[in-house]
Structures are given as C-alpha cells and as structure tokens.
Design a protein around this ligand. Sequence first.
Ligand code: NAP
Length: 254
Amino acid sequence: MIKVLVNGALGRMGRTVCAAVTADEQLELVAAVDIVSGTVENLNVETNLDAALKKFQPDVMVDFTRPAAVFANVMTALANKVSPVVGTTGLSDADKQKIRDACEVNQTPAFIAPNFALGAVLMMLTARKIAKYMPEVEIIELHHDKKLDAPSGTAELTAKMISEVRLKHKQGHPDEVERLEHVRGADVDGIRIHSVRLPGFVAHQEVIFGGLGQTLTIRHDSTGRDSFMPGVVLACKKVRALKGLTIGLDKILD
Ligand code: NAP
C-alpha cells in the first residue's frame, strides 16, 4: 500500500482526491491537512503540515491548495523525504528550479502536473504536432470564477510546448494597436492567451490555429473534477520510482 497525505483536503479538488485515494486498492489515505479543521473520509483534518508529515509518515503528499502556499508545502514535504504530487498552479520557473534542487538534496522525487486530465494532455500533445504545420495560434482558456490565478497552468504549458516547434514571432498586424489595455491577451513567445472566468465552467481550453483560408480548433472540456482523478491516482503510484522533479502527466503515461 502507498500511504498518501492530501493537503488542501477540504477544498473542491482535495475532497475529490481524498475520495479517489480511499477508493483505490493500492493507495491508503493516512492523513488529511488543510488550514482549517474538519473531517473528510472519516479522518480528522490536521492543520499543521510538517507535524502531520512527521506523525503519519506518508509516502506521498498530494497538494491542491493555493498558489501562494504550494511552494512552501512542497519544500516541507521534501524536507521530510515525502514525495509531492502537485496539482496546485502558480509555481514560477524559479520555484521549480528550487524544487529540483531540493529533490536532489533530499534524494526524494517529486511530480507536478498543470493538468491531470488525460484529454487535456492529449490536447497539448496534439497542439504541438499541429503547430509545426500551422504556426499561427491563439489559446482561450475558460474556468470557474473561484480560480485564483490566470492564465491557467495548462494554457501556459500549451504555449510553451508549441514554442518548442515554431519560431518565436509576433502574430497579428505588425502595426496593431491595443486601444483597450490587455485586449489581445497575454503574450507567450508571440502566442496569445485569453482567460475567461465565469460561473458554470469547470476547466476548458480551445487552441485555435489559423492558416490561409482555414482555421483548425481543438478543444478540451473537464466537465467535472473526477476527470482529474485517474491522473492523480496514477501519479501517486508512480512518483516514488521517478528521479528528481518530473513535470507533466505525459511523462508517466506509458
Ligand atoms: P479550493 O477549493 O480553494 O481548495 C484549496 C483548499 O486548500 C482550501 O480548502 C483552502 O482553504 C486550502 N488551503 C489554502 N492554503 C492552504 C495551506 N497553506 N495549507 C493547506 N491547505 C490550504 O481550490 P481548488 O478548486 O480545489 O483548486 C486548488 C488548486 O488546484 C488551484 O491552484 C487550482 O488551479 C488547481 N487545480 C489543478 C488541477 C490540475 O489538474 N492540476 C485541476 C483543478 C484545480 P481555504 O479555502 O480556507 O483557503
């Protein structure tokens, strides 16, 4: 059995992860942590991560907390030689480098996925393939209005993956003027990202490619948080066998 601690256990994702871990035969939910106490899956929720890691000695800490908290949580887990499986977005490139170093120092592997849904990973891989032939592309990501950060980690990763196969260039008219600030969206290597926040959405993304006389759109929709659970469960099972820091569900699919 792989012992799992879930951090952010009282949140929307955390509760769903606790249920998925409990339902899996190879995983054991040994502890639940949040900043407020409560109960989840018949466990009392702990409020001190470091103390809970020492008390319950899990193999894996799943983190679905907040962008402002996730870096400290991951460092605390690694200092206790517990492998983080991270879904929380908002880690910067500098944070990821420090996490990589902490994995090395503590000889403990870690895993981060900006998106744990299989369909979203396939969307990103497909986008990278298409961009080789249709390099003019923009991304629209749509999420529920409780999401704290923008753009989504998925949109940013999609843009970075596309950047691997196309030359950095400015899209649109060379003399284009934004009459309203940010109306053309964020710019990642010339790829525009537009973020929509509305009640009614869960997590969705469109990648639109434009060519001469044609467009091609690929779209992924997570219509429920259960879409992320097979990916989270798989990461819990595989993380201890990884080396250092691994980013992206595609790295552990085969
Ligand atoms: P949420 O409902 O706000 O849940 C976060 C939970 O973590 C809340 O209970 C929150 O408590 C708690 N929390 C905040 N700071 C904490 C800390 N320092 N230690 C422990 N717990 C803490 O958010 P959510 O919708 O579940 O999303 C959580 C994160 O996952 C977001 O960054 C989101 O973008 C990301 N996400 C990733 C994926 C993926 O596939 N990678 C999928 C969905 C969501 P309070 O409410 O009291 O602050």
